[in-house]
Design a protein. Structure first.
Length: 242
């Protein structure tokens, strides 16, 4: 499903809201955890959300990563639970579509080399046992681009990084699954796609300086957030839908 992304906001303070500490038992399944969470959200934060529309994820620095599907016990999801563990909550505009461990949620953006810019970020739900050709076919079905190429990027990818990324196309070597070489895709990863026939814009000296200036500002915003956030609460929420 294409949808609104939970990441790739340049200022982390616009994405994350501190919530509360909460005890979590690893014997409970994820939906039972969500039922407890929605009650605390309602009574302590005034946030009214149905458990079916709540997504629980692990978090790494400023990026929401592994999605926890409803039917599994927390202890069976291969995540480390410890005192002070940070979990991320994402409010969805629809019922949760991730139901199996093999499903992963990634953020995709189109790289437009002729404009030297990215299209808007969107979320997709894919499977980690897909092959590159399945991913390419899925993206081609959602766009007007044929024979497109894909690349894995960091969540903080800048437009200046895109030309030097390792781009992949469907080939005899694309039979490996997405969770193996060369993409190693997991929940929360960023995927770029592009038309390989679109020419690359040649930047002027002034444009290069402006891109470098913006890149430094983006990195500074993330650094300041990480350094100044203090003691984190055990749960956080993505407020992009609130």
């Amino acid at each position: 499903r294409f949808g609104t992304p939970n990441a790739l906001r340049r200022d982390p303070t616009e994405v994350w809201r501190e919530l509360f500490d909460m005890q979590v038992r690893d014997e409970m399944n994820v939906f039972q955890l969500k039922q407890q969470l929605v009650e605390k959200l309602r009574t302590e934060k005034g946030i009214d959300v149905k458990p079916e529309c709540l997504r629980v994820r692990e978090r790494f620095t400023t990026v929401a990563t592994k999605v926890l599907p409803n039917k599994y016990r927390i202890k069976d999801l291969s995540i480390q639970m410890y005192k002070g563990k940070v979990l991320a909550l994402q409010i969805l505009p629809h019922h949760e579509d991730v139901t199996e461990k093999e499903q992963i949620v990634c953020v995709v953006m189109q790289w437009r080399p002729s404009l030297f810019s990215f299209g808007p970020p969107e979320e997709i739900i894919i499977r980690d046992d897909w092959k590159i050709e399945d991913l390419v076919g899925f993206l081609e079905s959602k766009t007007n681009i044929q024979n497109l190429v894909v690349a894995k990027a960091s969540a903080e990818v800048e437009v200046t990084d895109a030309p030097s990324l390792q781009w992949h196309r469907v080939s005899p070597n694309s039979s490996l699954s997405l969770n193996s070489s060369p993409l190693f895709l997991h929940d929360g990863d960023t995927i770029l796609y592009s038309d390989p026939n679109e020419p690359l814009k040649e930047l002027s000296l002034l444009e290069k300086e402006e891109f470098e200036k913006q890149c430094k500002a983006n990195k500074a915003a993330k650094y300041n957030y990480l350094m100044n956030r203090g003691k984190e609460k055990a749960l956080k929420i993505d407020v992009s839908h609130t």
